[in-house]
Write a protein that binds this ligand. Structure first.
Ligand code: PLP
Length: 965
C-alpha cells in the first residue's frame, strides 16, 4: 500500500482526487449547511449519527494524492503478474475483444454507469442489447427461452439444479446426478448450494445415470476433458424416469455442435466469456441460462421481454417481475439481483460483430487447429484420451506429464495438469499455427519435430461425430447480420447508448444503489492485459500482482469496517448475504447447534435478504417496523424469545433502508447475541458509515459490502458487482474455500460460492484505486458529504412532500424517503406518474415503492454537487405544482402532463396536439434544458401486456407492431 499522506504540494493540490470525486466544493457545502441551520459539518454528523455508533478513532489507511501516482503504483503491481498464454480451458478462454467494443462499450460510461433497467423508457438501448443476448443464447442452445445473464457458470448450474427440483415430477427424490466430466469448480459450487437444501449431489459417469433414482442430472457438452458425447440415450432414460436434464455447454462449440435443445435438454447453462470478454482472473463474465417456455415463471434472474408502449409501439422491459425476490421474498425463485448486464451486452455485441458466419469461421478454425494439434501429438507418439473433441484435448502423458507442463511454461504456455499423468490443452481464437508447433516441441521435449502445422490441414482429424454436427441455422435475425463494419457497429452502439439515461447524462438518485462517480482513473487498470488477460487458474506465482492487490484491498476493507477478515469471492451483494449466512450456520454447527436455523428479518429489508436466507436452508421470521421506521423492539424481543433455541441470527441493514441510523443498533445486536444468534449486517448502505462508524464495533458479526455501490465499481446497467464479506474473528474460519486454491478460505471453510477463488477479480482494481485515492480523510469527507447532500435534498423537498422517518433529531442518513402519496390523494397522481414525468425533466427516477409503497427513496451520493441536486429538487417541486393544477381542475385527471409522461419527440412534434397543456410544457418543462433535452424513444410502457404476450426474443420489429393492433 502507498505511504501515509504528506501535506499536499502546490501541484498536488491542483490534481487532488478527493476534490474531483466529491461534488460540492467548500462554498456549496457552507450554503447547504446554512440551509439546514447548522454551523458546521461536525454539527451535522453529531445530529445525524447516533453517539453510540460514532467511532472515535481515525482510520489507519494510506493513500496517494493524485490519479497519476495511484496509476503508477497499480501499474507496478500489475507488472508482477506474469502474462503467459493460458490454454488451461476449464471454461475460460483467451478471446479477442473487438477494439470497437472495448472503446465503445467496456470503456464507455454511457454503457457502464447505467443502472438495472427498472425504468424501461430510459433503458431501451441496454434492453435491446439484452434481448440480443437472450436471442443469441436461445439460438445457440436450441432452447425456447433464455434469461439476461447469471453470475457465473457454477452458480448457473446450481440454479439449473434448483429449477429442476421445482419443476420435476419426481418430488420424492433428493438426489441430483452430475456427470464426472463436468468442470470440477462447477461441481464444487453445486455441492455448496445443494447441502443446505437437503439435496445430495452424486458424481458418476453418465452411462450409469439410468439405473439410479434421481430428480435430475447435469451433463457437460463438450466435457471438461474435451469429449463431445451423444447424451440422447441418457436424456431418454432420465425423462422416462420422470427426471429432468440440465446441460452445461460452451457457446462457441455450439456453432458447430447439435444444440442440446435438439437432443432433449430441459435447461442449458454456460459462460459467454469467450465471446469477447476478457478472463480477468476469474470474472466478471455473463453466465447464461436457457430452458423451456413452460418454466418461464421459475427461471432465476431477469428476463427481458418485448411489450408495447401506450401508443402501441414495441418497447422492451423486464418481464415477469412478479417472480423476483423484491416481490416474492422468501418464496422467490432465486436471490439474483445484480447480475452481469454489461458483460452480457459485450458478448451479444461480439455476436453482432462477427455474425453467424464469422462465429462459425472462428469455431471451425479453433476446431481445425485442435485437430492438427491432435494429429501431430499422435505422430509424436502421444496417446490421446479423447477422440471426439471441439477445442480441448486430454493427453495421457504418463510420468512425463509434469515435465511437459514445465516445458510448455518455458515456451510461454500454461496447460492444465489434470492429474499426475494427464495433461489438458484447450485452444481458442487467439491461437496461431506457430503456437501449435511450439506445443509439439514442448510435448516432444526437443526443437526438431519434423512437422509443419501449416501443411497439415488435410490430415487434421475431425473431432465432431457426424451425428452431432450442427445442421440448424442460428443468429439469422437482422441484428446479427447488419453490423459487420466498424462504421456500422460504432453507430449502432452509439444509437443504443443515446436512448438511455446513465450517469453521463444526469444524476441517478436511486436510493440504496449509491450511484456515485465511477472515475475514469479507477476504470483504467481493468483494461490492462496484465489484469484483464489472466486465466483464473494460472499458477499462483504468475499472479503475484493480483495477490498483492487483493491482499491490500482485503486489508483496506477490514480496516474500514473493523472486521477481522474479508473474502472477495462473492460476486454480488446477494451472493455475499448467502455466504455470510452459510458461515453463520457453519459456526453454529461447529458448536453442536446445527438446529439453529431461524433468521429474523425486519419487514423493511431488501428482498434479497429473505431469498438468501431460504437458499441457506433457513426459516425466515419477519420482524415489524415501528412508526418511526426503526425495527419494532418489542416485536424483535418477542420473536427472539419465541425462537430463542432455534435462533440462527438476525439480518439487519444499517443504516436502515428507511434512511435513518437507528439509535438502538447496539442494543439490538446484544439482544440477538444473548439468544445465541449471530448478527448479519447488510452493508449496502456503507456509504453512510465509512470513516464515521465501524460495523464490527457496534456488534455486527458478519457483513457484505457492495463494491458496486460504496466502492465505485460501476453498475454496468445491472451488473457486474462484487460483494465481499467481512467477518469477526470467530466466523473467520468459515470463509469460503476453493478446490483449486488451498490458500483461500478459513481452516473450516464452507465450500466455494463462486466458480473462481476470488470471484470477479478483474474489477477489484476499481475499488483499490478508489480507496487508495481517497484515503481515510477522503472517505470520511465522502461519507459526510453524502449525509449533507441527503439532508439538504430532504430539506428542500420537504417544501412539497412529507419526508418519512427523520430520526430522533430530525435528520436523515445518506438517503431519504419522500412520500408522493399526497399527490395521489389530491389529484390521483401516482408515484409512477411522478417517476415518468421526471424523465421529461431529464432525470432517472429514484427507487420506487421500496421499502414503503407509493414513495421514493432518494440517495444523491457525495458525487453530485449542489447545482445538480437543486436542479433535481426544482424538478420535483415543479411536478408538485403540476399536480396542484390537476387537483384544482385546471388540467383533467386523465389528460395532464403527469399521466401522459414521458413525452416522446414524435409525440410533441406530431401534427395534432390534443392535450390541454402546451407542447412546451410537455417537452421543456424546465426551460433551461432546451439545448440538451432528453427524449425517451418510447412512451410509457405497458407491463401487463408484455407479460400476457411473453416475447423474449428479437422478432422483426413489424411482427410485434402487428401484435399490438
Ligand atoms: C443492492 C442491495 C442488495 C443486493 O445487492 P446485489 O449486489 O444487487 O445483489 C441487498 N440489500 C440492499 C439494502 C441493497 O441495496
Amino acid at each position: 500500500m502507498p505511504k501515509k499522506r504528506r501535506p499536499l504540494s502546490e501541484l498536488e493540490q491542483t490534481a487532488d482526487f478527493i476534490s474531483r470525486h466529491i461534488g460540492p466544493d467548500e462554498s456549496q457545502k457552507r450554503q447547504m449547511l446554512r440551509a439546514l441551520n447548522l454551523p458546521s459539518m461536525d454539527a451535522l454528523i453529531q445530529r445525524a449519527v447516533p453517539d453510540s455508533v460514532r467511532s472515535r478513532g481515525g482510520l489507519p489507511l494510506a493513500s496517494t494524492h493524485t490519479e497519476k501516482d495511484a496509476l503508477d503504483y497499480i501499474r507496478k503491481i500489475s507488472s508482477e503478474n506474469d502474462l503467459k498464454k493460458s490454454l488451461i480451458g476449464l471454461g475460460y478462454h483467451n478471446t479477442v475483444t473487438p477494439a470497437v467494443l472495448r472503446r465503445r462499450v467496456l470503456e464507455n460510461p454511457g454503457w457502464y454507469t447505467a443502472y438495472t433497467p427498472y425504468q424501461p423508457e430510459i433503458a431501451q438501448g441496454r434492453l435491446e442489447g439484452l434481448v440480443n443476448f437472450q436471442q443469441m443464447i436461445m439460438d445457440l442452445t436450441g432452447m425456447e427461452l433464455a434469461n439476461a445473464s447469471l453470475l457465473d457458470e457454477g452458480t448457473a448450474a446450481a440454479e439449473a439444479m434448483t429449477l429442476i427440483r421445482r419443476q420435476t415430477k419426481k418430488k420424492q427424490s433428493q438426489r441430483f446426478l452430475v456427470a464426472d466430466d463436468v468442470h470440477p469448480q462447477t461441481i464444487a459450487v453445486m455441492r455448496t448450494r445443494a447441502r443446505p437444501l437437503g439435496i445430495t449431489v452424486e458424481v458418476d459417469e453418465p452411462r450409469n445415470f439410468g439405473d439410479k433414482d434421481a430428480f435430475g442430472v447435469l451433463v457437460q457438452y463438450p466435457g471438461t476433458y474435451g469429449d463431445v458425447e451423444d447424451h440422447s440415450e441418457v436424456v431418454k432414460k432420465i425423462h422416462d424416469n420422470g427426471g429432468l436434464v440440465a446441460v452445461a455447454s460452451d457457446p462457441l462449440a455450439l456453432t458447430l455442435l447439435t444444440p442440446p435443445g435438439e437432443w432433449g435438454a430441459d435447461v442449458v447453462v454456460g459462460n459467454s466469456q469467450r465471446f469477447g470478454v476478457p478472463m480477468g482472473y476469474g470474472g466478471p463474465h455473463a453466465a447464461f441460462f436457457a430452458t423451456h417456455e413452460k418454466y418461464k415463471r421459475s427461471v432465476p434472474g431477469r428476463i427481458i421481454g418485448v411489450s408495447v408502449d401506450v401508443n402501441g409501439n414495441p418497447a422492451m422491459r423486464m418481464a415477469l417481475q412478479t417472480r423476483e425476490q423484491h416481490i416474492r421474498r422468501e418464496k422467490a425463485t432465486s436471490n439474483i439481483c445484480t447480475a452481469q448486464t454489461l458483460l452480457a451486452n459485450m458478448a451479444a455485441f461480439y455476436a453482432c460483430w462477427h455474425g453467424p458466419e464469422g462465429l462459425t469461421t472462428i469455431a471451425t478454425r479453433v476446431h481445425r487447429l485442435t485437430g492438427i494439434l491432435a494429429t501431430g501429438l499422435e505422430q509424436l507418439g502421444f496417446e490421446l484420451a479423447n477422440h471426439t473433441f471441439f477445442d480441448t484435448l486430454t493427453i495421457n502423458a504418463g510420468d512425463e506429464a509434469e515435465a511437459i507442463l514445465y516445458r510448455a511454461r518455458d515456451r510461454g504456455f500454461n496447460l492444465r495438469l489434470i492429474d499426475s499423468e494427464r495433461i489438458g490443452v484447450a485452444l481458442d481464437e487467439t491461437v496461431e499455427r506457430y503456437e501449435i508447433e511450439e506445443l509439439w516441441r514442448a510435448f516432444a521435449g526437443r526443437n526438431e519435430i519434423g512437422m509443419r502445422a501449416a501443411e497439415m490441414d488435410a490430415v487434421a482429424s475431425d473431432g465432431i461425430p457426424n451425428r452431432l454436427k450442427r445442421t440448424s441455422a442460428f443468429l439469422t435475425h437482422e441484428v446479427f447480420n447488419s453490423y459487420h463494419t466498424e462504421t456500422e457497429m460504432l453507430r449502432y452502439l452509439h444509437r443504443l447508448a443515446r436512448r438511455d439515461i446513465a450517469l453521463d447524462r444526469s444524476m441517478i438518485p436511486l436510493g440504496s444503489c449509491t450511484m456515485k462517480l465511477n472515475a475514469a482513473s479507477e476504470m483504467e487498470p481493468i483494461s490492462w492485459p496484465r489484469f484483464a488477460s489472466l486465466h483464473p487458474f494460472v499458477p499462483r506465482e504468475q499472479a503475484r500482482g493480483y495477490m498483492r492487490m487483493i491482499r491490500e484491498l482485503e486489508t483496506m476493507l477490514a480496516r474500514l469496517t473493523g472486521f477481522h477478515s474479508v473474502t472477495m469471492q462473492p460476486n454480488s451483494g446477494a451472493q455475499g448475504e448467502y455466504t455470510g449466512l452459510l458461515m453463520i450456520r457453519a459456526y453454529h454447527e461447529s458448536r453442536g447447534e446445527a438446529h439453529r436455523d431461524v433468521v429474523l428479518i425486519p419487514t423493511s429489508a431488501h428482498g434479497t435478504n429473505p431469498a438468501s436466507a431460504k437458499m441457506a436452508g433457513c426459516e425466515v421470521q419477519l420482524v415489524d417496523c415501528a412508526e418511526n421506521g426503526d425495527v419494532d423492539l418489542d416485536d424483535l424481543k418477542a420473536k427472539a424469545e419465541k425462537h430463542s433455541s432455534r435462533l440462527a441470527g438476525l439480518m439487519i441493514t444499517y443504516p436502515s433502508t428507511h434512511g435513518v441510523f437507528e439509535q438502538a443498533i447496539s442494543e439490538i445486536c446484544e439482544l440477538i447475541h444473548s439468544h445465541g444468534g449471530q448478527v448479519y449486517m447488510d452493508g449496502a448502505n456503507l456509504n453512510a458509515l465509512l470513516g464515521v462508524a465501524y460495523p464490527a464495533e457496534f456488534g455486527a458479526d458478519v457483513c457484505h459490502f457492495n463494491l458496486h455501490k460504496t466502492f465505485c465499481i460501476p453498475h454496468g446497467g445491472g451488473g457486474p458487482g462484487v460483494g465481499p464479506v467481512g467477518a469477526a474473528k470467530h466466523l473467520a474460519p468459515y470463509m469460503p474455500g476453493h478446490p483449486f486454491e488451498p490458500s483461500v478460505g478459513g481452516e473450516d471453510a464452507i465450500g466455494p460460492v463462486t466458480a473462481t477463488p476470488w470471484g470477479s477479480a478483474g474489477i477489484l482494481p476499481i475499488s483499490w484505486m478508489y480507496i487508495t485515492l481517497m484515503g481515510a480523510e477522503g472517505l470520511q469527507q465522502a461519507t459526510e458529504t453524502a449525509i449533507l447532500n441527503a439532508n439538504y435534498l430532504a430539506k428542500r423537498l420537504s417544501e412539497g412532500y412529507p419526508i418519512l422517518y427523520t430520526g430522533d433529531t430530525g435528520f436523515v442518513a445518506h438517503e431519504c424517503i419522500v412520500d408522493t402519496r399526497v399527490l395521489q390523494d389530491e389529484a390521483g397522481i401516482t408515484a409512477d406518474d411522478v417517476a415518468k414525468r421526471l424523465i421529461d425533466y431529464g432525470f432517472h427516477a429514484p427507487t420506487m415503492s421500496w421499502p414503503v409503497p407509493g414513495t421514493f427513496m432518494i440517495e444523491p451520493t457525495e458525487s453530485e454537487n449542489k447545482a445538480e441536486i437543486d436542479r433535481f429538487c426544482d424538478a420535483m417541486l415543479r411536478i408538485r405544482e403540476e399536480a396542484r393544477k390537476v387537483a384544482s381542475g385546471e388540467w383533467p385527471r386523465d389528460d395532464n402532463p403527469l399521466v401522459n409522461a414521458p413525452h416522446t419527440e414524435a409525440g410533441v412534434t406530431a401534427d395534432t396536439w390534443p392535450h390541454p397543456y402546451s407542447r412546451r410544457v410537455a417537452a421543456y418543462p424546465d426551460p433551461s434544458l432546451k439545448a440538451d433535452n432528453y427524449f425517451p424513444p418510447v412512451a410509457r410502457v405497458d407491463n401487463a401486456y408484455g407479460d400476457k404476450h411473453l416475447v423474449c426474443s428479437c422478432p422483426p420489429v413489424e411482427a410485434y407492431r402487428d401484435a399490438a393492433e
